[in-house]
Design a protein around this ligand. Structure first.
Ligand code: ATP
Ligand code: MG
Length: 734
């Protein structure tokens, strides 16, 4: 019995009530950092220990794979037993598990493959091309989001009513063809995973009954971000029979743009009568300065279920606000501050840099690299989304499934083996005409000699290569298969011969894939570590790679600064947090400034960002920013103005930096330094427009050094960025 009460240790009364409530539907509605996730984990432990629920009877849904792994680890620590087979995962990974087990009932081939949104986009592009559809009227991304949107609403092509609208009808037809291509190739996209598994349960009453019997309790974290399909899936599975514990915070609903329905949490109590609602109001994460600022910000939203958060914690340091001249200066401030913190004893992994858009990471990354600060990036160009990795995965997929057209097209001429686009076009045409996969079309074309000469030789060599790779890897362990394939396919050599660091990095990434495979079979990474051997292991690995894109980056325990978008920071916490680019148009994002609903979602995103910080928070913005190749003057975000001044402190740079950063006009520049025979330099400041006799007009982006060595970086229209020594360059202020 000791064990059981230990689960309730270090919990406040409301948390304890939630953890130990008798089984029944429960909604834990509470603000950030109030212990929702912790309650969820402890409740699972409680159900197992106090209520005698079998580990197999628990189904827990989290928002990311990282969260799922963390939950499993925490549970194992709490219970002191291994929980390998507990169903803890994301909606996607759980749906995948169902489909893999019941592939026949789901009318899928045994070795179906998951495609990510990148593959999906390629597929759409190819469809448009094949059917000669104008991709300006039907932009591929729009078609893709139409398809995903339909699936998220649970709709199949025949269920979408075009109401006689020709445009919509064309979209639906594309959806239909897309679906056909997927079916033929045994490909399953993310939306399909869920929709298919919903249909699987709906259309197989015996199966549904089996799972309703099996699961004793369903728990969902971050419930505010479930979409229509996920909600329907939960309702179908639990069928008012299996009790559910859902936890969430309406103020942290940030995926409306991707189909999440904040109403799901708002209407939970009505839809599930008898629901017990528990509110948690004590925040254990942040200092009171950070928490009060976050509370003040979110009060500007009108549609709220209403909650208050308080903390016993100290007020702590004020939130530091830094205004950079430009994005480079902003990055430099962030990295300089990080270095100071690290010198003072903060671990790098305790520091996070968050930003609104992926594109912002480049400047930050470059500055970190230049200053030798190790970092790790979540999202963005993820490991499993990198070109060389996707090529390797495509070869591996072909070993399992020759009918995977997308993979075949991806690598038929990578590395280059003399199969030109014309040949691929011929094969594609043939595949379309005879309604067979490309692999089949390729063999047919060789047989009836419609491919001749060099093209035929090259295509035959490719087909033989795939067969040979398959034969030679039979019986090998997973990492040996991968090692063999990246070598013998020629991929390693292909990248090794590429010039510069990029090729080297690609070779390293390919080698990292072998390492990842090893870790996978040993059950160190990814969740259900049930890899098996050979083809089975390979299939499991490929599926997990698609589901986990981004998660296996560097060593999780390496001491690195963490970079990620605000969206992917949900649920996490860090002692020190920087939020970069707090500017109008960037955050709130310009796409959302017109619609009040979306502006409120941006504000919730800001609330999420602020509440990630435990001890110290920095908000930075730049007055001049280069994004997507354009340079614009930026205004500080309205969200900054919405924070009470009493919690803020403006950062002025300290003396050791000779660059003029906060005092304008820039000290080193405006000082009439006497260089080059005593000629006085013009007074210049960052952001100023100047003219140069050769390069023309430009804007000063950056400055370095003083006196003779003072240099400025100027962005010239048409000429790009140049560093010029102030003493020599004849710059005239405009
Ligand atoms: P978010 O909304 O950001 O997902 P959350 O409500 O899920 O936050 P948790 O991540 O579960 O909050 O908890 C926040 C922090 O507070 C964690 O570090 C957790 O360990 C700690 N914590 C929660 N409850 C207590 C408690 N009763 N005593 C001490 N620490 C606690
Ligand atoms: Mg949480």
């Amino acid at each position: 019995m000791d064990d059981v009460t230990a689960i309730l240790d270090h919990m406040n009364p409301a948390q304890r009530e939630a953890v130990s409530a008798p089984q029944g539907n429960m909604l834990v509605l509470a603000g950030a950092g109030s212990g929702k996730t912790r309650v969820l984990v402890h409740r699972i432990a409680w159900l197992m220990q106090a209520e005698g629920l079998s580990p197999y009877a628990v189904l827990a849904v989290t928002f990311t794979n990282k969260a799922a792994r963390e939950m499993r680890t925490r549970l194992e620590a709490l219970l002191g037993i291994s929980l390998r087979n507990v169903w803890v995962g994301t909606f996607h990974s759980i749906a995948h598990r169902l489909l893999r087990t019941h592939w026949q009932d789901a009318r899928l081939p045994q070795h179906f493959q998951i495609i990510d949104s990148d593959d999906q986009l390629r597929l759409v592009k190819r469809l448009l091309k094949d059917h000669r559809i104008d991709d300006e009227r039907f932009p591929p991304r729009q078609v893709q989001s139409f398809i995903s949107g339909c699936k998220e609403e649970g709709l199949r092509p025949h269920q979408v009513d075009a109401h006689g609208d020709a445009y919509l009808a064309q979209m639906v037809e594309l959806f239909d063809r897309y679906q056909l291509t997927c079916e033929r190739g045994g490909l399953v996209d993310f939306g399909e995973l869920l929709l298919r598994s919903l249909e699987l349960l709906r259309d197989n009453p015996a199966l549904l009954a089996h799972y309703r019997e099996r699961f004793g309790h369903v728990l969902v974290d971050e419930f505010q971000d479930t979409n229509t399909l996920q909600y329907a899936w939960l309702k179908l599975l639990t069928g008012m029979q299996i009790p559910m514990t859902v936890v969430g915070d309406d103020d942290q609903s940030i995926y409306g743009w991707r189909g999440a329905r904040i109403e799901n949490i708002r209407r939970f109590e009505q839809e599930f009568p008898g629901t017990k609602t528990v509110r948690l109001e004590q925040n254990y994460r942040s200092t009171s300065a950070i928490l009060s600022a976050a509370n003040a910000l979110i009060r500007h939203n009108s549609e709220r279920m209403g909650k208050e958060l308080w903390t016993e914690g100290a007020r702590g340091e004020p939130i530091s606000v830094y205004s950079g001249f430009n994005d480079l200066d902003e990055a430099r401030f962030i990295v300089d501050t990080i270095r100071e913190k690290v010198e003072e004893g903060t671990n790098r992994r305790e520091i996070a840099i968050l930003y609104r858009s992926n594109a912002q990471s480049r400047v930050l990354e470059e500055t970190l690299i230049r200053q030798g600060v190790p970092y790790r990036i979540y999202g963005g160009q993820r490991f499993y989304e990198r070109l060389e990795i996707k090529n390797a995965l495509a070869y591996l997929r072909l070993l399992l499934n020759r009918d995977d057209d997308a993979s075949l097209e991806r690598v038929i001429n990578v590395p280059a083996r003399g199969i030109g686009t014309r040949t691929v076009e011929v094969l594609r045409h043939r595949a379309r005409q005879t309604e067979v996969p490309l692999w089949q079309a390729l063999h047919d074309a060789l047989l009836d000699a419609s491919l001749k000469g060099r093209a035929a030789t090259a295509v035959r060599a490719f087909a033989e290569l795939i067969e040979r790779l398959d034969n030679d890897t039979a019986g090998l362990a997973l990492h040996e298969i991968i090692d063999h394939v990246i070598e013998r396919s020629g991929l390693i050599e292909h990248h090794r011969s590429e010039k510069g660091e990029k090729g080297q990095a690609r070779v390293e990434n390919l080698e990292e894939l072998v390492t990842a495979a090893k870790a996978f079979t040993q059950g160190e990474t990814f969740e259900p570590p049930e890899a098996g051997e050979g083809a089975v292991a390979l299939e499991a690995f490929l599926s997990e790679a698609a589901l986990n894109a981004g998660d296996h980056e560097a060593d999780e325990f390496e001491d690195c600064v963490q970079l990620m978008t605000l969206h992917s920071a949900k649920g996490l916490e860090f002692p020190v947090v920087f939020i970069a680019g707090v500017e109008e148009g960037l955050f709130p994002h310009k796409m959302s400034m017109e619609e009040p609903g979306r502006l409120e979602e941006e504000r919730r995103l800001c609330y999420v960002g602020l509440t990630r910080a435990m001890r110290k928070l920095y908000l930075t913005h730049a007055e001049l920013r280069r994004l997507h190749g354009k340079e614009t003057f930026q205004r500080a975000s309205r969200f900054l103005r919405e924070l009470p001044e009493e919690f803020l402190e403006e950062v002025r740079l300290r003396g050791q930096i000779s660059r003029p950063v906060t005092t304008r006009p820039a000290a080193g520049l405006s000082r009439q330094s006497s260089v080059d025979g005593g000629a006085a330099l013009p007074s210049l400041s960052l952001g100023q427009r100047v003219s140069h006799p050769v390069f023309g007009e430009g804007v000063i982006l950056n400055a370095e050094g003083e006196g003779e060595r003072a240099r400025v970086q100027v962005s010239f229209e048409g000429e790009g960025d140049k560093w010029l020594v102030l003493g020599f360059a004849k710059l005239t202020p405009l």
